[in-house]
Write a protein that binds this ligand. Structure first.
Ligand code: OSB
Ligand code: MG
Length: 373
């Protein structure tokens, strides 16, 4: 494809309510967007790096540096035909997967538009509708949490995931199970437990949770496998899995029985599909995680979730849970049954609101292909 320009920008978007995990509170997102312009079309990608390097080593600022200083130039020099060519083009840059994903996903988005097919179809998706869950952050009190859950259930979401940490776990699960015994519940520890908490974690088995996500270290397989062998509740790995090889290692060692796939964490659509396929071949279900994305990243999560083995509800939910005004049109909405319909229009299926993006932009760099070849 002939690229006319690659635009990297940072936008700032305040969340409608703060989101608290075991590693901190997020009030405003600083999101890096990548736009690949070609013959009147624009492919867009979102970098899911956090404001601080707390979830992974990347942050908004490291991703900016790598995108503007390295990746955009590598891409401009090659002008590939397919999103799937990007991993090879970016290979000499180690790691920095969230930065890579922003550009790679923009190329897939552009490719789908050029082909005139939905992004989900280009990825090999088979679902027309996806099931949605919500991830609920740590709240200031249990009554406040129960109110929040009540609202999300009234909106139709199919499963509730509660962020947990030592001191915010069994008491919370107990309250939930008492009040909503029929509703699917999972939890996400974001690495907040250690091996000496093992007996405490075994007590979670009483609550019939769908899974416990990333209980131990962010970079561990071995101790998760020791834990999983004695735990009835399935472990789901998030932070630990960066590629297909790690997914295979985790499955073969029984470090987990479920995998959360995040586009940014694995470096883009190519690797996300590879992880999905490897898990499917071994009978391990996957679901699509979220990173407090704007509508662009959210649209990409929706397309990814159309693949066959995304058999559990994802953390893919409505724009309005995060933003007063999203940057796509229509905004992402979830039906009363807790579902999102996969768009059937070319590309990502949600138009970018360029006027809003311009207003939110705090810095921008344009890399012009011709100047570089
Ligand atoms: O671990 O899944 C996670 C948000 C930021 C960083 C890590 C995680 C999350 C979420 C939010 O759980 C999911 C969402 O609603 O986007
Ligand atoms: Mg997680």
């Amino acid at each position: 494809m002939k690229f006319d320009a690659i635009v990297i920008r940072e936008i700032r978007m305040p969340l409608v309510r703060p989101f608290e995990t075991s590693f901190g509170v997020t009030r405003e997102r600083r999101i890096v967007l990548a736009e690949v312009q070609s013959e009147g079309l624009s492919g867009w990608g979102e970098c899911t790096a956090g404001e601080h390097p707390y979830f992974s080593e990347e942050s908004t600022d490291t991703a900016w540096q790598v995108l503007v200083g390295e990746l955009a130039h590598l891409l401009a020099a090659e002008q590939p035909e397919h999103g799937g060519d990007c991993p090879r083009i970016f290979r000499r840059v180690r790691g920095n997967r969230m930065a890579k994903a922003a550009l790679e996903n923009a190329v897939w988005d552009l490719e789908a538009q050029r082909e005139g097919i939905p992004l989900a179809a280009l990825l090999g998706g088979v679902r027309e509708i996806i099931s949605c869950g919500v991830s609920i952050g740590i709240q200031e009190s249990i009554p406040r949490l129960l109110e929040t859950i009540e609202c999300e259930l009234a909106a139709g979401y199919q499963r509730i995931k509660l962020k947990c940490k030592p001191g915010w776990d069994v008491e919370v699960f107990e309250k939930f199970c008492c009040r909503w015994p029929e509703i699917a519940l999972t939890c996400d520890a974001n690495s907040s437990y250690r091996l000496h908490d093992a007996d405490h974690i075994f007590s979670f088995d009483a609550f019939d949770l769908g899974m416990i996500e990333q209980p131990l270290w962010h970079d561990d397989f071995y101790y998760h496998s020791i834990l999983q062998k004695r735990l009835e509740t399935p472990i789901c790995l998030d932070e630990s899995i960066h590629n297909r090889r790690e997914a295979l290692a985790a499955i073969e060692n029984e470090s987990c029985r479920i995998i959360n796939i995040k586009l940014g964490r694995v470096g883009g659509f190519s690797e996300a599909i590879a992880v999905h396929n490897a898990a499917m071949e071994r009978g391990t279900p996957v679901w699509c995680g979220g990173m407090l994305e704007s509508g662009i990243g959210r649209a990409h999560n929706i397309a990814l979730s159309s693949l066959e083995n995304f058999s559990l509800p994802g953390d893919v939910s409505a724009s309005a849970r995060y933003w007063a005004e999203d940057i796509v049109e229509p905004e992402i909405v979830v039906s009363a049954k807790g579902e999102i319909a996969i768009p059937d229009t070319p590309g990502r299926g949600y138009e970018v609101r360029r006027d809003r993006i311009e207003r939110l932009t705090v810095r921008r760099e344009t890399i012009r292909a011709m100047a570089l070849v």
